[in-house]
Write a protein that binds this ligand. Sequence first.
Ligand code: PMP
Length: 283
Amino acid sequence: MIHLNGRFMPLEEATIPVLDRGFIFGDGVYEVIPVYSRRPFRLAEHLRRLQNSLDAISLKNPHTDAEWGALIEELIACNEGADQYLYLHITRGVAKRDHAFPKVVTPTVFMMSSPLLPPAAELKSSGVAAITTIDNRWLRCDIKSISLLPNVLLRQSAVEAGTMEAVLLREGFMTEGAASNIFVVQNGVVLAPPKNHLMLPGITYDLVLELAQAEGIPTQVGPVPEAALRSANELWLTSSTREVLPITVLDGQPVGKGQPGPLFKRMDALYQNYKATVMRQAD
Ligand code: PMP
């Protein structure tokens, strides 16, 4: 079951007009929210980022947080599975094709749920491979825009190289992954690029930093030079659906010892423990 413009219906019944500005221009934003044990994870943070994305494209939020909360609850209820991931998609709506904003228009709101599987144990025990590529995206990567063609092409280049992710480099610095944030561990310090217009402020990124800081694991937020990436002891990839994964091969070379590192194992344990605690608290 999906939600489209105020109605819940089977996916097969959902249609949108071809003049929707999401279809024509990619004029919209989205969110992905994990659900564990039928409860949304870090909902307030996801709704705040959604608001920031909407503000950045001057699109009025069609719902209050309370309304989003109710819609999300209903979407979870009418889909099976304890763990789901919710996709929220808002476009500027349907109008005669013209780049400039239409004067009067109603946003299109689409929401769907998919099964959420935890990352395979094998990915955590062996790690994943990634390649580096030039970050050729625009300068507003902080907006969770539905215009994802650059990310699509970058991720595809990673897949064609037989790897899971493309780690992006812009002017000598690491920004993020094509669909994830990236952390570098060097000499026991977790390095993270700063949240600015060059990367998406990941909800998992914030959580990883929070958990590290609460545990007294040293962190350093600031520009991460390519050289730090190349000489990393550990590399981590984070996203709401993939949690925290170790990158153990970069451009065909082993990262550190080529095995998931000790700090990854600590962070993964902290992350799983946090998830379990949040789920218990909600009971
Ligand atoms: N950066 C990009 C480009 C992404 O697409 C994503 C989400 N897939 C992330 C970072 C991670 O964000 P989050 O932790 O909120 O899933």
